[in-house]
Design a protein around this ligand. Structure first.
Ligand code: SHN
Ligand code: NAI
Length: 212
């Protein structure tokens, strides 16, 4: 079995290298930038118009040339995103030898990582993967999740974070903190509006806990 282990990576300061500059490379670059990656290098003799715009505004570094094996060196994440399966396989091998995590956009995948379909609502990040069996299913589930977890979750998760930060110092007993945070999570999605007054919220949750 080829298993998969989900993780949330922080990419700030980490070098991400994409080989190829077509529609698929464009989607990979967009995903990286949405995740806060700030050292993204793309190598390709041709790139799409949206990619050119990202180069122009400084979000993306571009070397206008074909791939060479040393490109894998120093990459944390490496994307083999050309339209040449053989070449993608070579890029993947070079990348693994250089110690990078490799994403291959075609069936030459082999060992490495896959990109899930992603819904972002502020700090809430929902990722779905059919691990290669069906990108179409991942896209459908993403559409459904977007409807189920609307924009109001951004506000809700912000408030939950504030509450939790506050409780770390204000509610010292761990079992109580856990119970209150669990009750607060049950209240989500919150009606978005002004910032919730935290001490009143904690008192309300305490009262609710006693009721239960
Ligand atoms: C294994 C994986 C590796 C990887 O790329 O990470 C992979 C591989 C392949 N995709 C192919 C096809 C398509 N992929 C998409 C779309 C997405 N593909 C994504 C991920 C993944 N795709 C990984 C597995 C994820 C999983 O299974 O859940 C998404 C979720 C994330 C992303 O790419 O960032 C993104 C949606 C983003 C969004 O909308 O949110 C579309 C639709 C479209 O482009 O609009 C099509 C056309 C329809 C179809 O074929 O189903 C092909 C055949 C290529 C060919 O025919 O030549 C291969 C190669 C193969 O399977 O052999
Ligand atoms: N993973 C996924 O979600 C999907 C993957 N695919 C696969 O992705 C591949 C790429 O698709 P597109 O981006 O639409 O293709 P495309 O033809 O638009 O782009 C290919 C890019 O690779 C570059 N390239 C070619 N040779 C190169 C080299 N030696 N060095 C550096 N760059 C080079 C080209 O200049 C071009 O920018 C497809 O062949 C297909 O197998 C297709 C659909 C979805």
């Amino acid at each position: 079995m080829n298993g998969y282990y989900p993780v949330m990576l922080q990419l700030r300061g980490e070098r991400c290298v994409i080989i190829g500059g077509g529609r698929i490379a464009e989607r990979k670059v967009q995903g990286l930038l949405e995740a806060g990656a700030d050292d993204v290098l793309l190598i390709s003799p041709q790139i799409t118009l949206p990619l050119q715009k990202l180069v122009a505004d400084g979000s993306l570094q571009w070397q206008c040339r074909t791939y060479q094996p040393s490109d894998a060196e120093g990459a944390r994440l490496l994307f083999a995103a050309t339209d040449d399966i053989e070449l993608n396989r070579h890029i993947a091998d070079d990348g693994r030898r250089a110690g990078a995590w490799v994403n291959t956009v075609d069936e030459s995948a082999g060992r490495g990582f896959l990109n899930p379909a992603v819904v972002r609502r502020g700090d809430l990040l929902i990722a779905v993967s059919a691990t290669g069996a069906s990108p179409a299913l991942s896209i459908r589930l993403k559409r459904e999740l977007k409807q189920q977890f609307g924009e109001e979750y951004k506000y809700s998760v912000e408030q939950l974070r504030r509450l939790r930060d506050y409780m770390k110092t204000a509610v010292l007993e761990q079992s109580e903190r856990e119970a209150l945070l669990s009750l607060a999570a049950d209240e989500v999605p919150l009606q978005s509006g002004a910032e919730i007054e935290i001490t009143a919220w904690v008192e309300r949750l305490r009262a609710k806990r006693l009721e239960d």
